[in-house]
Design a protein around this ligand. Structure first.
Ligand SMILES: *[C@@H]1O[C@H](CO)[C@@H](O)[C@H](O)[C@H]1NC(C)=O
Ligand SMILES: *[C@@H]1O[C@H](CO)[C@@H](O)[C@H](O)[C@H]1NC(C)=O
Ligand SMILES: *[C@@H]1O[C@H](CO)[C@@H](O)[C@H](O)[C@H]1NC(C)=O
Length: 438
């Protein structure tokens, strides 16, 4: 009986799952990296949101920023009718890899479309993301952000997304990690076309300023550790805990005025040298010289986690992180509870970091393994001013100045035309014991 039910369930699942297209075979660019000193032959996969989504022929299920009402009359039918296509990584998306190095291009003019930015995940094998347990470990990589102007963000971070892309838990998500499914982050993004394999078509609103994106009823929330958000002008590393990792609806998503009522700490606690008082530390030809590749070391101290440290290595020289130098914050060079609590008071920012459990809450959240994300993006919401400029733009409060970029910089339409050729390079990824990877 149980077997019969099992068979019926899987037949049903088979019938309604999102399917895999056969126009382009999926061939993941390889990327080698080091785990505990051992070379790993990994690869990367582009997120499902960037992929062509069409019916059993070549008719679009999603075009520009709108869903086909014929093919997607309801979420289940949409998953049933639609096929997620394989990716031409270099031709369509401007992504190339060689050995231990990965380059993401910004604007790529393909034969059918113009692609803007990308988001990729590290795979352990064809069908499974590589996963990391960060506590008491060290993560190191080399970033080249010399070709990233104001307004762009070459990001490397971890999120608590499922290792199989959600496939085992949600039969609708059949393409799984092999097709880059299952993304979530601490902003609880509403722009995901599929969440738990279900099309996010309900209440879908095409974006007013992004011809490729929109927002559906559901968001998808999970804990996020931003190791590196950067361009040539500014950089930050940031902790964002969520009280759970789940699809959200309504208040849980923490949208708009309810920003602090959701399940994630959207503001996070960040360390940005410029923001915390050192304007001569990171940038072109500065102490950490962003006109050249720089090796970035991040240490997760303790279990439970109590501190997240940063060290840079460049030109064979180890460069200790800058110390904070603003009034109201003790001079420190790492993220701890004390630093976060002091900087929230000094800036007058809401302390959602503490409200969501502080370091111990984040430490608990990191019991869940996390997946490595590498991306290049421009910002249709805030022009990346929160990273590299003054934000809020009319504020002179402590902490409002985050980098040297003009408050008028970073408009997507401007950067997409003026800096179409921008790109970021990530290489030499290493993970292991503290002080073993640099
Ligand atoms: C910035 O950091 C450098 C290197 O750590 C240090 O020598 C310098 O004094 C710092 N400047 C400020 C304003 O804190
Ligand atoms: C803080 O900045 C001042 C100059 O603005 C500098 O003299 C001092 O060395 C800095 N302190 C630290 C700890 O970097
Ligand atoms: C981008 O690169 C291409 C090829 O290298 C070149 O032809 C084009 O002029 C460049 N565009 C810009 C805006 O720099």
């Amino acid at each position: 009986m149980a077997t019969l039910v099992g068979i019926l369930v899987s037949l049903f699942a088979l019938e309604v799952a999102l399917e895999i297209g056969t126009q382009t075979s999926e061939s993941h660019p390889s990327l080698s990296w080091e785990l505990n000193g051992q070379r790993q032959t990994g690869s990367i996969v582009i997120d499902s949101n960037w992929r062509w989504l069409h019916d059993s022929g070549t008719t679009n299920c999603y075009d520009g920023n709108e869903w086909s009402s014929d093919l997607c009359p309801d979420p289940e039918k949409c998953s049933q009718n639609c096929y997620l296509e394989g990716a031409d990584y270099s031709g369509t998306y401007g992504i190339s890899s060689s050995g231990n190095s990965l380059q993401l291009g910004f604007v790529t003019k393909g034969s059918y479309s113009t692609n803007i930015g990308s988001r990729v995940y590290l795979l352990k094998d064809e069908n499974t993301y590589a996963t990391f347990k960060l506590k008491n470990k060290e993560f190191t990589f080399t970033a080249d952000v010399s070709n990233l102007p104001c307004g762009l963000n070459g990001a490397l971070y971890f999120v608590a997304m499922p290792a199989d892309g959600g496939k085992s838990k949600y039969p609708l998500a059949k393409p799984g990690a092999k097709y880059g499914m299952g993304y979530c982050d601490a902003q609880c993004p509403h722009d995901m076309k599929f969440i738990n394999g279900e099309a996010n078509i309900l209440d879908w609103k095409p974006s007013s300023n992004d011809e490729n994106a929109g927002a559906g009823r559901y968001g998808t929330c999970c804990t996020e550790m931003d190791i590196w958000e950067a361009n040539s002008q500014a950089t930050a590393y940031t902790v964002h805990a969520c009280s759970k990792n789940a699809r959200c609806e309504g208040t849980e998503c923490g949208d708009d005025d309810g920003r602090y009522n959701g399940i994630c700490d959207k503001d996070g606690c960040d360390f940005n040298s410029w923001r915390w008082g050192n304007k001569t530390f990171f940038g072109p030809n500065l102490i950490v010289d962003s006109s050249k590749p720089v090796t970035v070391v991040t240490q997760f101290i303790g279990d439970p986690l109590t501190e997240i440290r940063r060290i840079y290595v460049q030109g064979g020289k180890v460069i200790q992180n800058s110390f904070t130098n603003i009034s109201g914050v003790a001079s420190v060079d790492s993220i701890t509870d004390a630093f976060c609590n002091e900087n929230k008071v000094a800036t007058g920012d809401t302390n959602d970091f503490k409200a969501k459990g502080g370091m111990s809450g984040f430490s608990k959240a990191l019991d869940t393994e996390v997946v490595l994300v590498l991306s290049l993006w421009d910002d249709h919401t805030a022009n990346m001013l929160w990273l590299d400029s003054t934000y809020p733009t009319d504020s002179s409060a402590l902490g409002a100045s985050r980098g040297p970029c003009a408050i008028t910089s970073g408009e997507p339409k401007d950067v997409e035309s003026a800096s179409a050729n921008a790109s970021v390079k990530f290489s030499d990824i290493k993970f292991g014991a503290i002080d073993s990877t640099y």
